[in-house]
Design a protein around this ligand. Sequence first.
Ligand code: BES
Ligand code: MN
Ligand code: ZN
Length: 492
Amino acid sequence: MKLTVKIQSIEKISTDALIIGLFEKAQKMRSVGNVESLQQSVSDMVSVDGFKAKLGEITHVLRPMGMAVKELVLVGLGPEEKFDEEAFTRAARAAFAATRAQTVSVLITDWRLENKTDEWSVLQLAMAAGTAFEPLSDDDRALLDKRRVTIAVQEKGVALVQAAKIGEAIAQAVNRAKVWGNLPANVCTPTYLALEAKKFTAYKSVTVKVHDEKAIGKIGMEAFLAVAQGSREAPRFIELHYCGAAKTQAPVCLVGKAITLDAGGLCLKPSAHITEMKYDMSGGAAVLAVFEAAAKEKWPINLVALVPACENLPDGAAYKPSDVIQTLSGKTVEITNTDAEGRLIIADAITYAKRFKPQAIIDVATLTGAVEVALGSDITGLFVNDPVLCDMIETSADVANDPVWALPYGGRRFRELLKSNVADCANTAPRGSGGGSSTAATFLSQFVDDDTPWAHLDVAATAYRGGKNPHSTGRPVPLLMMLLHQLATLAE
Ligand code: BES
Ligand code: MN
Ligand code: ZN
């Protein structure tokens, strides 16, 4: 998708399609103004079609009179008094997904909220334009590759152009993550992900290191290797550096879980659940996509991305319940459940992250099924040890329309649940303890220093949609992109 911001009046717009937003029961279209012929052709159409302008409702007007466009895409914005951020996004996405036109325009005048700036609207429209197709099919991708979108504005400022650029970059990164997430486990192997990451050397100031099994052993990531040892797929530890700011500036470290198939190990999952576990690399995919975007857009920030990638399978060589494993940190862990593998590989990656003295560590993982019980399937679980970072993540989530909710972890009560008689801790709490997402976060927190701001995003319920038409959503790419953007602007 190529996005431009342009000063243009409605009659002059000559793209194949033009999106027009309409409020329920509105007499006149805001953006149409005094183009009488257009008002007429639209109201005729609306009365024939029975279009009610309900939120997200779509109707098409072909070859509207008095205009240069081939197609009007009318989208319902719902009742005007209920038009909020949520309604905005739903309507905008519905509209962009409703046409296969190669060139599409949209008028900012249709897309304004009372308490929001035009920059906000442009950012939202850009994100919606680029991410509207979900699930994202190969045809949709081909269309997006060719698609040109114009946002017609009244005044063209630097801020608007920048907002469009960020929105476009976010959309592109979301789609990257979606594509990786949707790949089957026999294609999207640890080796495949590492090869994808290797391609990032094409960007300036990027270094890519891929650690193979031997190198991972040399580092001492035994918890990671324990998870990988039941699989014939070679594990990979992907380490990426991007230096977009002064070398003296501490990097932000992103850590992403990439279990390319989680069968549960010897604590085998029920087969119906195993197919879905190809999405268990979504955290890693999000981290790779965000890293690539920052490097490509040359954001003034230093980044380290760490992606431990392997499979979790049952096998004669697999790690076993009751095993005691030494993590990279030196802490020993009793394996009480081989299906709690994500926390083991993330723990070792977090420990590894410390050597870069990062200003913050953010890990992204499809870590627990319990997060869906806690928050439903639209909100990502957030666990964070620092109020400033918490605030920044919440703000980013809000702007990016990628919601999170902070949950508790740590403390005496949760720690007690992870006690072990044979090791420093167990990898799971006793069955039936409840609070599975919080105990998982508590496990991870043992590998973080209190003085390093750390956040853990549990995206098990948000990184993909299950059910009849399962597909990857690319979350939490939008929130991570906004966060990095915020951090980059702060440091400038
Ligand atoms: N990858 C799963 C978590 C998951 C579950 C992601 C459902 C998406 C949908 C993770 O490795 C896992 O198996 N977690 C266990 C933890 C338990 C054994 C303490 C879980 O959630 O059941
Ligand atoms: Mn598991
Ligand atoms: Zn898993």
